[in-house]
Design a binder for this molecule. Structure first.
Ligand code: CA
Length: 746
């Protein structure tokens, strides 16, 4: 640690450091005055870079196009880089400057903060890095030592989307729910607080905290497991709690924690949502708006997903699937807009929100832009929450349109799935998920990683028979049938809307698509647009690409051999513009697993899920080694002789407990081990792993709280049966797998 510390000091002392008054007031200085105010020379004794970034500096981020000071570059979070050195004319010469192995094969989702030559970013398991942005050298790193068995509480991988850098400190949330403050110069711990109100519930933190007004804001995830959402503001200096905003009402027999919940509670009717959790987690987007001192919270889906269970008497279930504006100082509600009243489909509104000043119907408006999961693109006046536009940006079948008079979507009654299962578009991965979009205000366009990804919604057998639903700790609590998803899928394959991805240039005011690029896999990376006329995106097939921002024409591509989710960023140091991206997929798409033929495999399945940080510049000459193709062979299976109904029992258990990571129908997507490839030695250890937790330190927890030894007999046999069938198909002995055994019991 000592050596790292000295290296960090040496590197930092060479940098020009700006110093701005730490006053809580908005800066009255012009941008040029602010950046001209150079700091006194730093010495080793005084420590590096304290006061690096504060409110005024982030508010004036446009005057520092070479830095990336906040999550979406500026408080407006448009993810549009004003840099032009790399442009349409020369992007063909873009090459790899350096690559860094981040020591992981799990998903990387982080947006780095780049300030004065240093990148601050997170990787899997909430590890934090400070890296010299020119050389790739690690200046310091911090591992919060998240316990391995926390992985089981995370619906969507052991990911982290980044840090906030503020007043000389680096803030981040750990997967196990801590908010941690580090010294930005040394990486040493300053303070940490537990943000989780109930350790018996499966809360996790994966989102980047935001910093403003002397406070750090952080939410959490866990709605699928049954939690109640909230956001907390902490004092940046001390870590003391300043305010907390619950997004859904709690136990009605207890007092409301905040006055707004009285109004919200009237929109929840019947049911026992507070026992299940209620949901409404704010796991990704929190945006600070200096124009109004608002904090916008992107609120997630209901828990459970099915509203007939959550709130059988109807009601909108505030503030699920809403954009909520609160006062940044007090947490008091200012306005809210609910994208999906009475959410029934996991339609989070947690997707990145961008702020902009735009002319709408001849009037200059301060707007908030969001393309949430439900497929409609919302343009909202951020002074008062008035809905201005809500055009669909992707195929949608759950609603016909949004009525601008009422502000409400008009639902398609044919999609009710209580009686009969239905394909719903978008599915729970959304028409757009957390993978960031980019906004070009001048062109009036947004560049969105769009997903055409459907899902078959149908109720669990138990609910169909009894009308009852019981919260089941230790697993997803959705209401819909997860255990029987393969059967539903196979029975309705003829009407399946095929999965695809698009990079779409979309005009949020007219609803027109200026151009689009089709990608033959739905789960692709975030987007960066630049003033150099380019749009950058990494895709599932491992290609990092630059398109002409005006036409969508492909101008440059680089094979990373790894699928990507993270958004690219751009920065400039000593007159050189860089473009960077983290590689490695995962996240919410584990359940889908390996694509069915004829859809192409993601690169991470064909090769490996290489967790790297790649940095490009014009004339860069570094090369990535071409990896060996992954061994896909399935070993011969020793089958027990169980009956079809017994294997069916294993199929249900597998999808209830294992598929969320290991993939539907035992087809892993390439990040988590594929259980079809287990060797005889691994089969011998199967119960030890699943029940005794012998791999818990590596993230594979024990499931002995939910699975018995008897269950394991059936589950294990189902895994073997699936492996055996796919082996037979691969050897040409069988035409196609049977897929499901549930028809033997239903
Ligand atoms: Ca969700």
């Amino acid at each position: 640690m000592r050596a790292v510390f000295v290296i960090a000091l040496a590197a930092l002392s060479l940098l020009a450091i700006y110093f701005i008054s730490l006053s809580g007031e908005r800066s009255e200085k012009s941008a040029s005055e602010t950046t001209a105010a150079a700091a006194p020379a730093q010495t080793e004794e005084s420590g590096p870079s304290i006061g690096l970034i504060d409110d005024a500096r982030i508010e004036n981020a446009e005057s520092e196009p070479g830095n990336w000071l906040a999550y979406g570059r500026t408080y407006e979070e448009q993810r549009f880089s004003p840099l032009t050195q790399v442009n349409k004319g020369n992007v063909a010469q873009l090459g790899l400057a350096w690559a860094k192995d981040m020591g992981t094969n799990r998903a990387q989702e982080s947006t780095p903060i780049v300030v004065d030559g240093i990148m601050f970013l997170t990787s899997s398991w909430s590890r934090v890095f400070a890296i010299d942005a020119v050389t790739g050298e690690t200046l310091w790193k911090y591992d919060p030592q998240v316990p391995g068995d926390t992985g089981r509480k995370a619906c969507c991988d052991v990911v982290n989307r980044g840090v906030a850098v503020y007043k000389g400190r680096v803030y981040f949330g750990s997967l196990d729910g801590r908010l941690i403050a580090l010294d930005a110069g040394t990486g040493e711990l300053v303070w940490e607080v537990n943000t989780i109100i109930d350790p018996t519930r499966a809360y996790t933190v994966t989102g980047a905290p935001r910093a403003a007004r002397g406070k750090i804001f952080i939410g959490n995830g866990g709605a699928e497991y049954g939690v109640r959402g909230y956001v907390t503001a902490y004092d940046a200096e001390t870590g003391e709690q300043v305010w907390r905003f619950f997004t859904v009402p709690g136990d009605p027999s207890l007092p409301f924690e905040q006055p707004e919940l009285e109004m919200a509670a009237k929109t929840w009717k019947g049911g026992n949502w507070w026992e299940i959790g209620g949901g409404g987690t704010v796991w990704n987007s929190i945006v600070y708006d200096p124009d109004f001192n608002h904090l916008y919270l992107g609120v997630g889906n209901g828990s459970p997903w099915t509203r007939a269970i959550r709130s059988p008497g109807g009601g909108d279930n505030l503030f699920l699937s809403s954009i909520v504006a609160v006062d940044a100082d007090t947490g008091e509600l200012q306005w809210h807009y609910q994208t999906t009243p009475g959410d029934n489909w996991d339609y989070t509104a947690v997707q990145d929100m961008a702020l902009a000043d735009m002319e709408v119907d001849g009037e200059s408006r301060k707007v908030l832009l969001q393309a949430p999961k439900n497929g409609f693109f919302y343009v909202i006046d951020r002074s008062d929450g008035e809905l201005l536009r809500a055009h669909p940006f992707a195929p949608v079948n759950w609603a016909t349109h949004v009525d601008l008079e009422t502000g409400r979507p008009v639902e398609n009654p044919d999609l009710a799935y209580l009686e009969k299962e239905k394909w719903v578009l978008p599915g729970p991965l959304g028409a757009h998920n957390w993978q960031a979009m980019s906004v070009d205000v001048e062109a009036g366009l947004t560049f969105i990683p769009v997903q055409q990804s459907s899902f078959i919604f149908g109720m669990a057998e138990e609910f169909k028979k009894t009308g009852l639903f019981k919260r089941n700790p230790g697993r997803w609590n959705l209401g819909i049938e997860v255990g029987g998803v393969v059967q539903n899928f196979v029975n309705n394959l003829g009407t399946w809307p095929e999965p695809k991805g698009f990079l779409r240039a979309f005009d949020p005011l007219t609803g027109e698509i200026a151009w689009q690029v089709e990608i033959p896999h739905h789960w692709n990376g975030g987007v960066l647009a630049t003033a150099g006329g380019l749009v950058f995106q990494g895709d599932a097939l491992g290609m990092f690409k630059a398109y002409d921002k005006a036409t969508g024409e492909l101008l440059w591509e680089f094979n990373t051999y790894t699928s990507m989710l993270a958004p690219p960023i751009s920065f400039e140091i000593d007159g050189v513009q860089y473009v960077s991206i983290l590689t490695g997929t995962g996240g919410g798409d584990f359940f889908t697993g390996a694509p069915l033929p004829p859809f192409p495999n993601p690169a991470s399945l064909d090769y490996n899920n290489f967790g790297r940080l790649l940095v490009f510049k014009l004339g860069g000459t570094e090369k990535l080694e071409v990896p060996k193709a992954r061994d896909m062979e399935i070993p011969e299976q020793e089958m027990a002789s169980l009956s079809d109904p017994e294997i069916a029992r294993g199929e249900i258990a597998y999808h209830d407990y294992c598929a969320a990571c290991h993939g539907m129908a035992v087809r892993s997507g390439g990040v988590i081990p594929d259980l079809r490839q287990m060797t005889p030695e691994m089969h011998a250890m199967f119960n030890g792993v699943v029940l005794e937790g012998i791999l818990a330190p590596k993230g594979m927890s024990s499931f002995s709280d939910v699975l018995t030894e008897e269950d394991m007999v059936f589950l294990h046999e189902y895994v073997r049966a699936r492996a055996h069938q796919d082996r037979e198909v691969a050897l040409g002995n069988q035409e196609q797998p049977r897929w499901t055994w549930l028809d033997s019991i239903r």
